[in-house]
Design a protein around this ligand. Structure first.
Ligand code: DC
Length: 217
């Protein structure tokens, strides 16, 4: 059983997904971390980000790992490195490259299979592309200013002005939702939850209600 939790940045996906996974005793995969690891590999190899073939060749040659919030690249811990401003700036263009998506989606599907096919998976295209038959699909949204305020508390944006973060989120939203390969959009059968006025507990409770409704708890 896959529980897909999609939505834009700063919407609370990671916190909510790891809480839901904890309540259900399921592993949790942050697919954003896998795209960030692919981006770090491309930057470290000094591939030109606009050269899709060069970036894809680098990504094809590395081993991206993820376990309990820790991300690895060829076995090396890159959990902190993937949150650097350089990676954050390059991850949207890298994740828009169709060959990169094919490679990274294969990593994600293998990860879920290796974990017995039962997991909470968060991202942008999980319910639409990666696991279109997910048992539960959730698409989280929140007003832009709420998302910028939430992101301001994250490690990768520590100490930066909320206005700058809002501008960067808007830029990434635009890139992520207008790209040709798997644009950010809710699946037709996803439950859309606006988290602007909700606390974490309320969002988690709403998702647990959806899981109960399909008889999985
Ligand atoms: O959630 P995040 O900020 O760590 O995600 C980083 C980037 O990865 C984001 O700009 C879009 C991309 N991404 C994607 O294209 N598809 C996913 N399933 C997850 C993330």
């Amino acid at each position: 059983m896959v529980i897909a939790i999609d939505g834009p940045g700063g919407v609370g996906k990671s916190t909510v997904a790891s809480r839901v996974a904890g309540e259900l005793g399921l592993p949790h995969l942050d697919t954003g971390a896998t795209y960030r690891a692919a981006t770090l590999a491309a930057l470290e190899a000094r591939a030109a980000i606009e050269d899709a073939g060069a970036v894809a060749a680098v990504v094809a040659a590395v081993d991206i790992g993820y376990e309990s919030g820790w991300t690895t690249l060829d076995g090396r811990d890159v959990t902190e490195a993937i949150r650097s401003p350089q990676v954050t700036a390059a991850v949207s263009p890298v994740s828009a490259i169709p060959e990169v998506r094919t490679l990274v989606v294969a990593v994600q599907r293998r990860w879920v299979a290796d974990h017995g096919g039962r997991a909470v998976v968060e991202g942008r295209d999980i319910g639409t592309v990666v696991f279109p038959h997910a048992a539960v699909k959730v698409f989280l949204t929140a007003r832009p200013e709420v998302r910028a305020r939430r992101r301001a508390g994250d490690a990768e944006t520590a100490g930066r002005a909320v206005g700058d973060i809002a501008a960067e989120l808007a830029r990434r939203d635009h890139l992520d939702s207008t790209r040709e390969a798997s644009p950010l959009q809710p699946a037709a059968d996803a439950a859309i939850i606006d988290t602007s006025e909700l606390g974490i507990d309320e969002v988690v409770a709403e998702i647990m209600g959806l899981v109960e409704a399909i008889g999985e708890r």
